[in-house]
Design a protein around this ligand. Structure first.
Ligand code: ADP
Ligand code: MG
Length: 555
């Protein structure tokens, strides 16, 4: 995903880094001020010197505040850019990955994006920007006196060691806890999709029990993590205090030996504590840092699909050619679709029949280009269907899947494919699909909400609305997967009429079906068995060939 982020995000990060640098340099001012007060003002008693020092320090603190504001802004911009750019790209990626067979789409990528945004907006990231300037402080302390530098360095090494230990001890635990809680939420998602089964067969207790088992594991992991982290964090706090004392001790010794002035002792101690505070903050917010890093790595690991650009082909007429298409599911040795050849002139209607599992649905997906064949080509007007971009498919292809799902939205929006609603076209598609009257009878007509939280439509109603969706905008190629599986006699009559109208409009139609009654209106017929075309030709010829054994067609 890094390609998406590169320029804008890098600019903001650099800006934040610059602001951090300035802030940290300016933050030296109070300590140096103290040093001067101790060593000069006290010695000379000069009020002019004191006034000058106060002015300089005030200026430095002013610059520091300005840089502070700049840094917050830069990080705010960065998190906005991250969300605005990465969010849509990740969703697009998710949609593409989900359409691939067996491509277990990582639905958590979107969550990773918001996790990262939250991290960028939170306080932990500030410490991350401050920590790298530690060497500046160390150098200044070492300039005060080498022994003070050595003390600070040893202290810092010890602190880093503790933080590293913390990381080592908790990283695995954090991973396991995240994984378990994802399992739990996946389980809930699946259960909510099966509420009827759960209610109908009294499975609620079992579901709750299973979820509780997942949840217990998550809690146990989190407890274990907290148990391991508590002493380490206490140790970090102890070390911070101990380091102050150590610096003062070394400083006092140096003062007694008259190697340094008392001002240097105090200033060095203050500087060290200032330098270590972002590091201590990091150790407290370590968990969120690890999670953010893991999210970042997961996003980086997502394969990047170059978006289908789509050739600027002229609008297709609808000539369809399936050329020696072979397809095997990933990881399966035997092909499901074995060298299928079909060809359909523009404006004709092809029926595909065959027993369940013979590969009809798979063949339609290959024709649509949702899945890519291992060999062979599907051509629309002679051009590989894979070359058509989403925009072209949106305009020229209609698809009614076997299992109809409607989107959350109104009937009109669903028919208009969730794009801008062209009322005239919506009604035209509905009339063509013979669903106009049915829609008008719904509680709010075309404005009726369907899908999540909307009216519950019957399977037949959904299928007919989905037919209108497939016909919306008069596409050149329409694929219907068992469009009559949920239809009553009235619905079937409407479907037949829609097919006739489609033919009059010159659409190319491929229809998968079981019942021979539906095949009366097709021009050509293909019989598919075990992923192979057993017969293909003008409908009557194919029917005649099978008239002795009609079961072959209807099975
Ligand atoms: P039809 O539509 O003719 O009933 P399908 O094309 O739906 O047949 O399925 C054909 C075969 O492909 C079935 O045996 C099914 O188990 C298998 N199949 C379908 N989808 C997948 C998938 N995502 N991964 C592996 N096998 C699949
Ligand atoms: Mg099927």
């Amino acid at each position: 995903m890094s390609w998406i982020l590169s320029p804008a995000l890098r600019r903001f990060t650099l800006l934040a880094a610059f602001a951090s640098f300035m802030m940290n340099v300016m933050a030296l001012a109070p300590s140096l001020f103290m040093l001067q007060v101790y060593d000069r003002v006290f010695g000379s008693g000069s009020m002019e010197t004191l006034t000058m020092l106060v002015l300089v320090v005030a200026l430095c603190l002013g610059v520091m505040s300005a840089m502070d504001v700049l840094r917050s802004r830069a990080l705010g911009w960065a998190s906005t850019v991250l969300d605005a750019k990465l969010g849509p790209a990740v969703l697009l990626q998710l949609l593409q990955a989900s359409a691939r067979p067996g491509g277990a789409a990582n639905v958590y990528t979107l969550r990773d994006v918001s996790l990262l945004r939250g991290f960028l907006g939170g306080g932990g990231v500030l410490a991350l920007f401050d920590a790298p300037w530690f060497p500046i402080y160390l150098a200044v302390i070492a300039l005060f006196h080498p022994w003070l530098g050595v003390t600070a360095l040893v202290g810092a090494i010890l602190l880093f060691g503790l933080i590293w230990l913390n990381e080592r001890l908790t990283r695995r635990g954090v991973d396991v806890a995240t994984q378990k809680s994802r399992q739990a939420s996946r389980f809930i998602d699946a259960s909510l999709r099966n509420v009827e089964v759960i209610a109908g067969m009294g499975m609620a207790d079992q579901v709750v029990g299973r979820w509780a088992a997942f949840n217990d594991e998550v809690l146990a992991q989190q407890m274990a993590l907290a148990r391991r982290q508590a002493p380490l964090q206490a140790a970090v706090r102890w070390l911070r205090q101990a380091l102050q004392v150590a610096m003062l001790t070394v400083g006092a010794w140096l003062v007694v030996r008259e190697h340094v002035s008392p001002g240097i002792m105090v200033a060095g101690t203050i500087l060290l504590s200032k330098a270590l505070s972002p590091i201590e903050q990091l150790s407290g917010g370590w968990r969120s840092l690890i999670e953010a890093r893991a999210a970042w790595l997961r996003l980086q690991a997502e394969p990047i699909e170059t978006p289908r650009v789509g050739l600027s082909l002229p609008d297709p007429r609808g000539q369809l050619d399936v050329e020696r298409v072979t397809y095997a599911f990933p990881g399966q040795r035997t092909a499901l679709i074995k060298g299928v050849n079909l060809s359909l002139p523009a404006g004709e209607c092809l029926g595909i029949v065959g027993p369940s599992g013979s590969g009809k649905t798979t063949l339609l997906r290959l024709i649509l280009g949702i899945w890519r064949p291992q060999s062979g080509t599907v051509r629309l007007d002679g051009a590989d269907i894979a070359g058509f971009g989403a925009a072209a498919l949106f305009r020229h292809v209609g698809y009614l899947p076997q299992d109809v799902e409607l989107f959350s939205g109104t009937v009109a929006e669903n028919i208009a494919r969730m794009g801008p609603v062209d009322a005239e076209q919506v009604v035209a598609a509905a009339q063509m699909a013979g669903v106009h009257e049915l829609v008008l009878r719904l509680s709010s007509g075309y404005e009726t909400q369907v899908g999540d939280g909307g009216a519950t439509l019957s399977g037949g109603q959904r299928q007919r609305i989905a037919l209108a969706r497939a016909l919306y905008g008069r596409p050149r190629l329409v694929l219907l997967d068992e469009p009559n599986s949920n239809l009553d006699a009235e619905g079937e009559a409407a479907l037949l009429q829609a097919l006739n109208q489609a033919r009059q409009l010159g659409m190319t139609v491929v229809m998968v079906g079981h019942r021979p009654s539906m095949m009366r209106s097709v021009d050509r017929l293909a019989v598919l068995r075990d992923g192979q075309v057993e017969a293909f030709g003008p409908r009557d010829q194919v029917l005649a060939k099978f008239s002795q054994a009609p079961a072959a067609v209807t099975a």
